[in-house]
Structures are given as C-alpha cells and as structure tokens.
Design a protein around this ligand. Structure first.
Ligand SMILES: Nc1ncnc2c1ncn2[C@@H]1O[C@@H]2COP(=O)(O)O[C@H]2[C@H]1O
Length: 894
C-alpha cells in the first residue's frame, strides 16, 4: 500500500515554523450543515466550537440556519487556526479520542507548515526481526535437476531447509496454506525452460497472493539467455523477481546467494510486518486516515474512512481530489510538511460533503516527499450524537446503514441484519451500484437501476428468449430447440398438436453390413484417435457398436495412462469401459455409446493442448476422461423435460431437477463401485477418491444445457477482459460479428478455484463439439439428434403428453434451420471462447463453415433429413477430391 512506519508515527521530525500560517488562518468553508454540535451552536445566539486545533464559529443566525439547512445553506463557518500552544488546552487535548495521535500529548499542536524537515525517522524497534533458519523452496520441473540440488545443498549449509516442487499449481497451493508456519523466505525458480515452466507467470501469481511481498524470488536463467541481452533481467524484475541468477552448480556461488537472500528476506519481512502493523493500527483508529502519494493519488485508506465515506478498500487508488477538498488539500500540495486544516469530504451515499478537522504530514525518506498522510478527526458533534467515542452520522441518514450497524448501538433489525458477518458478493455488488447512482445523470441512474433490478432476480444466467423477437418470430424451430435445451422441469407449453404424417415406427440407424475389420485395420484407425477428423462412425462400424471400449482403451489406457494415475490394472479399465458402454442404449440414434466415444475423443484432444497440459493434474485429466465416457450413460433418448412430463421414476427421484445429469452421474458411480472387477477407483486413498468423485460429478452435471449460459458467462467473465461492446442479456445471435480477438486474463489461470470453470467448459464443448467437427461428421450428428427429437415428439403425441418441441415433427421440421439456430445460439460464443483459450481455431472455422453450408441448404429450400442427405451427396460429388473422403457413415434414407 505504499505506507511506511515513518508516515504514521514519526512526530520527532516536525519543525515548527509559522510560514504559511496566514494562508490557513481563516478558512472559508463550503456552506454545509456540519454537525449536530454545529447545529446546537447555531441555535445559541452566538456559538463557538472548539476542538483540537480548531475554533469553529457560526456567524449565521439561528433562523437562517434552520430555514436553509440542507439546501442552500448560506451560513459560513469560519475555521480558525489556533496558533502556538495557546489554543489547545491540555484539557481539550486530553479529551481527544484519536487512537492514532500524530502529536504527543505533551507537545502543543502548531498550525505551521514545516518546509525543511529532516528525513522521516523510522523507529528501529519496529524493523527488528529475529534471525530464522532459512526456508528455501525450489521450483524445478525436472526433479533430478543438478542446479536444484546445488541450491538445496547451499540452503542446508547455511543452516536452512529446502523443499522442492515441480510446477505452478503445487507452488501456489503451498504458498496459499495460510497456516503453514514454514512459508519460505526464498523461492528459487527454474526459468530456463519456458515450455516446462512459465517462470514469469509463476512470479506474478506468487506476488498476487496475500502476504508474499517479503518472499525473495530468484529466477535461474541460462547463461546464454542472460548474456544475449543487456536488459534480459527486466521482464523478471517486472514480474516480481528480486534477483536473477545465471545457472550454476557452484557451491560457493549458491552459498553466497542463500546468505544474501536470507538477509534480504529477513529485512523485507520486518519492513512489511511493520507496514502491516501500522496499517492495522490505522484500521483500528476512529480517525479517518488516508495516505496519498505526492501526486495526491490515494494509496491507503483505513476502515473508518471507508465506512464514513461509503468506500470500499478494494476499490483501489483514485485521485484524492475526487473525494477530498478544502484547505487541507491546498496545504498538502503546497509542499508543507506538517499542517492542520479543515478538509471537506464527499460521501457516496449523501449529497452533502462533511467538514472535518484534519492533521497532515508529508513523509520523506530523501529530500522529496514520497507520501502524504491525512488524519481527519471525527468532530465532537459526531461523538455527541453517538454517545461514545466512535464515528457516527453527523446528520440523520448521512452514513450508510452498515456504519450504523457496525457500531452496535442502534439495534434496529436492519442494522442487525447488516451487521452480520456474512455478506454475499451480490449484496456488495448491489450496494456498490446503488452508491454509484449518487450524483449520476438520469440516464446513468436509469441504466444502473435496471441492472440492479436484473441482479435482484435469481435467474441471472437464464437468457430471456422473449426479448429476442428475431429468434421467436422468424425462427420457430430455433425457438423450439433452444427453448427446450435451456428450460428445466416439466413443460408448460400447451402442445400445438401439429398433424404429422409419420407413423411412430422407430427408425433404426442402419449400422451397415460392413464386416468387423481386422485388428490391423482397427489398430490403424485407433492410431488416428487424436486427430480432430477422427473417423468416429467408422469406428462404430468396425467395433459393431462398441466404439467406447476400444477408444477408451486406446485413449484412457494407453495415451493418458489412466491405469497409472488410478493405480488400477488394464483389465479393470476394460471391464469398466465395457460396463459403461453396455449401459448406453444402442437404440438411441444420438445418445448412444458412439456419442460417448465422440465426447471422450474430444476431451482427449483438448487435454493434449498445451494450455490444459499445464493446468491440469493427471488426476484431473483422468476425471475428465471418466466423466466424458460416462456422461450420458443410460440416456433414455428423451429429454429431462419429457421425463418430468411423463412422471418418469427418474424425474420423481430427482424432483424434476437436473434429472438426466443426476442420473448419469449417480449411475456412473453405482456401476463403478458395485463390483471390484469394474472399480477403477478401488486403489485410490480416501482423499484422492473424494477428489476424483467430486470432479467427475461436477463435470457430468456441467453438461446440463439449462445451465449453458451460466457456465459460459462465468468462464468468459473470469478469463477474458471485458471489452466495450455489450452483449445484451448474454445472447449473441450473429456469427458474422465475432472477429474481435479475445484477450485472455492469464493471472486468472493461476487461481486454482478457477480451474473448475475450465473443466466444465472442456466437457461442455466436447459434448456439443459435433457442430464444430468437419462437415461430414457434423451433418451425420445433426441427422442423428434430429431423429431422436422426432421420436420424442412421436412418443409425446402418442401418449398425449405436452410436446416439448412441437417444431421437431419429422414431416415439417427444417433440419438446416434447427442447426443454424443451434450454432448461432449455443455453439458460436462458446467455441470462440474455448478455441481462444486452448488455441484451437478450427473449432470456430468448422462451426462457421457448417453454418454457411446449412444456410445454403436452407436457402435452397432443403428441410428434411432425406433432402439434406441427398443434397450433401450431390455436393460431395461436385466438390474436390479432398472434400470427398469416403466414410462408412450410414445414409439417411434407409
Ligand atoms: N447438432 C445438434 N443440433 C441440435 N441439438 C444438439 C446438437 N448437438 C447436441 N445437441 C443438443 O445439445 C445437448 C447437449 O446435451 P445432451 O447430450 O444431453 O443433449 C444434447 C442435444 O439435445
């Protein structure tokens, strides 16, 4: 916060000088009803208030005061300085309640500007730190690093201890353990291989953690990199390193480095401890304390300041002049070293400023001022109203409820509520926004009020379909689809009961007559399992509808060594995959084990991306793969809404809430734990099991589409800096206006609590990645999902249930339109955010080109599955050979 002990405590450096006293001798203060004491004084024929250092005289008459109070109050307050010792009687001073007295009781206050003080004195006792054995933390991705061994050996030689971790997350977890008494003094970080460890990001992340300023950070760099550039150390220093060291194995060099680092760490710890102590003292003071830099930017304000003025500490520095004005500021900026003058302070929640006596001091460790301290004393009138020495409202309603509540005296029920130590972030946000309306132009107030109204609803992440006339009016199919995907529970829709020529005959997908291919061919196919155009439907055919087991063994078993991470054998993994696969229903055209294999493949593909490799631990990667494979297990081929409407036992069991996803997650664990031969988790200890269970459940539940916008909005809000453009209600319906590059907030990556958003987004994108696959796959998936929707509509009609998506009637539905809507409203924003995050632009380009093709088909009047497939066959024939890769995918018209 830029606050040093000298700022607050040093009174010895003050010199008394009368220069400038004239300037402040009679301050004309803005006509303001000052305080109750002032009011009392005004009611007396002639009144004078004296507080430390000030004499306040009211020259107005009682009547004029009363009549104009609160509006155009013309009373002038004359605030006089009391020069020398004469003004401040010992009694008056003794009665002063300031807990942060800048002036000792036995010294008279002087209203002088002291223009040539010696540098501020820092009490050495405050900077004393007992020697401690060195705690060293080495962050080296390479466990066997010899440089790391040399550093650790040096730490022992100087009587310390060393620990080693390998990466960013381990380091941050260790440093975040607030209670760990072994917080390191020194952290040595291997900066030689940026591809293994991003040392710059790590330093930034460490410095972002509370109470780590005293830790000495040393970057170990390659000699070549160091010699190449005179300024090579700069990025490291800017990121928060204290030192940069060229890699060495030399024991003497490391020993010297460790000794220097220990002494620097001890000194830093003492200094920062002292600053923290003084900040804590300021926070406990009833005076309003602010510290600025020499440009009058606020660096520190104490709690009283924030409470009285309606500020939040975390709002950060801002120009002091936004809040404060008056003589005090003029004196502070004139270069005076030590002064007393009135200050006017503007409050957030009240239109009128308050006037307080203020003591100020400039702090300098050299000849120039580094900090200016303002200590404003609550007036006697405030105390009078409050009855005990803490801050309070000068006038009714002048302080916010929180400050009333916090003093514990006015025990209104509201105050009690507000005084509770619990406060939801949304309450804070609403309070801040409401405060921001003060003095704002009417249009801004209207905007903020609308925003606050929206925030008060519980459905923050549910997009409002009604506000999208374009979607509703022009595209009933998209309305149907998106509405059904995003709404939970039983349907309110009264079925439109469109007539359909279709019978309710289930159209089974023809699985073709291709014989089961040799293991050689299968092997060859599985070798391409980590490509984005992986032939999933060929795998379905070759494995006769058991793609999940085969792909799972390849990806989970071989590529990601799940058996190593979970300490299970391959047989158990194979059994698990078979069990899960058997519990998918092959009769579903879309939600079968091929979809599970497809999602598993997408997750595996994502996990191979650098960003995720750095972020996720092996156990988290394993959880993601398990969740992907099992995320739709036992899907009935109908939606949750259908289950609710038909009072299905699952809907009864899960109370119409997240019915399908709850079932998939619960069944996954039921199947897994029911038999040791299947239980891939059986060798995990309790903690690891808890972690993986939590991860798997969370990821499966994240696939629920009713939470789509919630997950997407949270991810975007956390990882991307907000841009100027607003997306009203979170919906973006135009894929053509999405060319602006998204800028990633890398610091958000270092916070473990944000990882959950990444994992959710990963499985969500995998779940609907079919629309971002190359065209031939995307079209086959579109056909399959439409088939499944049509069957649901058939069944709803047959059973006289509400029809969840009436437009999905095979006789009338336009497949291209449904896909255009799906890409516009579900896919595009999400894939853009995810593609930028993992650096996979093809997710967006495939979605765009699929969108384009669907539009062409729509414009050509193509609607049914059969027409789509016919048009696509012709299209493939006309296209270049590279676009006509043969697949074994079934055709639609069987
Ligand atoms: N290509 C698509 N067109 C329309 N809806 C889709 C498409 N792909 C996935 N979905 C829907 O998105 C949902 C994602 O979750 P589910 O797998 O439960 O069910 C999926 C389908 O209802």
């Amino acid at each position: 916060m830029g606050c040093t002990p000298s700022m607050l405590l040093d009174h010895k450096s003050r010199r008394r000088d009368s220069t400038g006293s004239q300037e402040a001798a009679l301050a004309k203060v803005a006509p303001t009803p000052v305080c109750n004491k002032a009011v009392q004084a005004a009611r007396a024929p002639r009144a004078s208030l004296e507080s430390d250092g000030f004499s306040i005289q009211l020259s107005s008459k009682k009547d004029s005061y009363v009549s104009q109070m609160g509006n155009n109050f013309a009373t002038q307050l004359h605030i006089k300085r009391i020069s020398g010792s004469s003004g401040g009687s010992p009694g008056a001073r003794a009665g002063r309640r300031s807990s942060l007295a800048l002036t000792p009781e036995d010294e008279p206050l002087v209203d002088v500007a002291n223009r040539s003080p010696p540098p501020s004195y820092i009490p050495s006792a405050l900077l004393y730190a007992p020697p401690e054995p060195l705690e060293l933390l080495c962050v080296f991705p390479e466990r066997a690093s010899r440089v790391c061994a040399a550093a650790s050996a040096a730490a022992s030689r100087v009587g310390g201890e060393a620990r080693t971790v390998r990466g960013l997350r381990e380091t941050l977890e260790l440093l975040r353990r607030d209670v760990d008494p072994r917080l390191p003094h020194v952290v040595v970080i291997d900066a030689r291989q940026p591809q293994s460890l991003d040392a710059i990001a790590l330093a930034r992340a460490i410095r972002g953690i509370k109470n780590t300023q005293h830790i000495i950070l040393i970057a170990v760099v390659k000699k070549s990199a160091y010699l190449k550039d005179d300024f090579a150390v700069l990025p490291f220093l800017e990121a928060g390193y204290n030192r940069v060291m060229v890699e060495t194995l030399g024991a003497t060099a490391w020993c010297a480095e460790m000794l220097q680092a220990r002494s620097a760490a001890t000194a830093a710890r003492a200094q920062i401890g002292a600053v923290a102590a003084l900040a804590a003292a300021a926070d406990r003071s009833r005076d309003l304390v602010a510290v600025t830099d020499d440009q009058q930017r606020i660096l520190l304000t104490n709690k009283s300041w924030c409470r009285v003025l309606g500020w939040r500490v975390e709002e950060g520095p801002r120009p002091f002049t936004e809040t404060a004005g008056g003589e005090a500021l003029r004196l502070a900026s004139s270069g005076a070293r030590d002064w007393e003058a009135p200050v006017t302070l503007r409050r957030r929640a009240a239109p009128d400023p308050i006037l307080l006596p203020c003591r100020g001091a400039a702090v300098a460790l050299t000849r120039s001022t580094s900090h200016v301290v303002f200590v404003c004393e609550p007036t006697n009138a405030m105390d009078g109203e409050r009855g005990r020495g803490s801050l309070h409202s000068i006038r009714r309603g002048s302080l916010d409820v929180r400050s009333v509540a916090s003093d514990g005296l006015r025990r209104t029920s509201l105050a009690k509520l507000q005084g509770l130590p619990l406060e939801a972030p949304i309450t804070k946000v609403i309070t801040l926004l409401s405060a921001a309306t003060e003095g704002a132009p009417p249009s801004t107030v209207a905007c903020i009020e609308r925003a606050v109204d929206m925030l008060r609803t519980s459905e923050l992440y549910s997009p409002q379909m009604k506000d999208e006339p374009k979607l509703r009016v022009e595209d009933p199919i998209a309305t149907d689809l998106i509405g059904a995907l995003l709404s939970q529970g039983p349907t309110n829709i009264i079925s439109s009961r469109r007539s359909s020529n279709d019978s309710t005959v289930v159209r089974q997908t023809n699985r073709t007559n291709i014989k089961h291919k040799t293991s050689g061919q299968l092997r060859e196919l599985l070798d391409t399992a980590l490509t984005w155009d992986f032939e999933i439907f060929r795998l379905e055919d070759m494995t006769r509808g058991r793609p999940l087991t085969h792909l799972g063994l390849t990806l989970m078993g071989q590529r990601f060594d799940l058996c190593g991470t979970l300490e299970c054998d391959e047989r158990t993994l194979a059994n698990w995959l078979t069990t899960i696969e058997t519990n998918y229903r092959p009769k579903n055209s879309y939600h079968n084990s091929t979809h599970a294999a497809d999602v598993l493949q997408a997750v595996a593909f994502f996990l191979e991306k650098e960003r995720l490799k750095c972020l996720l631990e092996p156990l988290e990667a394993a959880a993601a793969l398990v969740a992907a494979a099992a995320h739709d297990v036992d899907h009935p081929g109908t939606s949750s809404a259908f289950l609710c409407n038909s009072l299905d036992p699952l809907a009864i069991l899960y109370n119409d809430v997240s019915v399908l996803e709850s079932h998939h997650a619960a069944l996954t664990f039921k199947l897994t734990l029911s038999d040791d031969r299947v239980n891939i988790f059986k060798n995990l200890d309790r903690e690891m099991f808890k972690t993986i269970r939590h991860n798997v459940i969370d990821m499966i539940l994240a696939t629920e589409m009713t939470k789509h916008y919630e997950h997407l909005a949270k991810f975007v809000n956390v990882f991307y800096a907000t841009s100027g453009g607003s997306k009203e209600d979170g919906l973006q319906a135009d894929v053509s206006k999405t060319d602006e590059p998204l800028s990633l907030d890398t610091t958000a990556l270092s916070l473990p609590e944000n990882l959950v958003l990444v994992k959710r987004m990963m499985i969500k994108c995998a779940d609907v990645s079919n629309a971002s696959r190359p065209q031939k796959f995307a079209f086959e998936w579109a056909k399959r999902i439409a088939d499944e929707y049509f069957l649901q509509t058939d069944e709803e009609k047959a059973k006289d249930l509400p029809v969840v998506m009436p437009m999905f009637d095979r006789a009338t539905c336009s497949i291209p339109r449904s896909q255009i809507g799906f890409i516009d409203y579900i896919i595009m924003d999400m894939m853009e955010a995810w593609a930028a995050f993992i650096d996979m632009p093809e997710l967006v380009s495939h979605a765009r080109s699929n969108h384009q093709r669907w539009r062409e088909l729509d414009e050509a009047g193509v609607t049914t599955i059969a027409e789509v497939m016919r048009a696509q066959r012709q299209y493939a024939l006309q296209s270049t050979p590279s676009n006509t890769t043969t697949t074994t995918q079934p055709t639609a018209e069987e």
